[in-house]
Ligand binder design. Structure first.
Ligand code: HEC
Length: 112
C-alpha cells in the first residue's frame, strides 16, 4: 500500500515536471505569428502572411525552410540568433518571451 502511494506520487510529480518544462520551452505560436507578420514578413517568406524575400544580395531563409530543417536550425541556434538584432535589422530587440513565441510559430510551420 505504502509503495503504491509513493509510486503514484512519483508519477504525479513527473507529470507536473513535464508540463512545466513543456510550457517553458513552448511559446505561443499564435502570438509569434503576430510578431512575424509585423517584423519579419518584410524580408522572409512566411506561409499565409504575404511575406516576401528581401531583394538580392540578401538571402533571408523562408520560414518554412527553417522549419523543415530542425537539424540545421536547432532551437538553440534560433534562440541565440534571435537574441541579437540581425543584419539588416539593426534595432529590433526581442524579449525572451517574443523569441519563444516566434520559435513556436516557426515550428508550427513544419510539415507533419
Ligand atoms: C530587413 C530584413 C529582415 C527582417 C525584417 C528579418 N530578417 Fe531574418 N534574416 C534576414 C537576412 C538577410 C538573413 C540571412 C542573413 C543572416 O543570416 O544574417 C536572415 C536570417 C534569419 C534567420 C536564420 C538564422 C540562421 O541561424 O541562419 C532566422 C531564424 C531569421 N532571420 C528570423 C527572423 C525573424 C524571427 C524575424 C522577425 C522578428 C526576422 N528574421 C526579420 C533579414 C531579415
Amino acid at each position: 500500500m505504502r509503495n503504491s502511494v509513493l509510486a503514484l506520487a512519483t508519477v504525479v510529480a513527473l507529470a507536473a515536471a513535464g508540463a512545466t518544462s513543456a510550457a517553458e520551452a513552448g511559446g505561443d505560436a499564435a502570438a509569434g505569428r503576430v510578431i512575424a507578420a509585423r517584423y519579419c514578413a518584410a524580408c522572409h517568406e512566411i506561409p499565409g502572411l504575404d511575406g516576401r524575400a528581401a531583394p538580392a544580395p540578401l538571402t533571408p531563409p523562408a520560414f518554412a525552410a527553417i522549419a523543415a530543417h530542425p537539424e540545421t536550425y536547432t532551437r538553440a541556434r534560433l534562440e541565440r540568433f534571435l537574441r541579437a538584432p540581425h543584419f539588416p535589422m539593426k534595432t529590433l530587440v526581442l524579449s525572451r518571451h517574443d523569441i519563444a513565441n516566434l520559435i513556436a510559430f516557426i515550428e508550427s510551420l513544419r510539415a507533419p
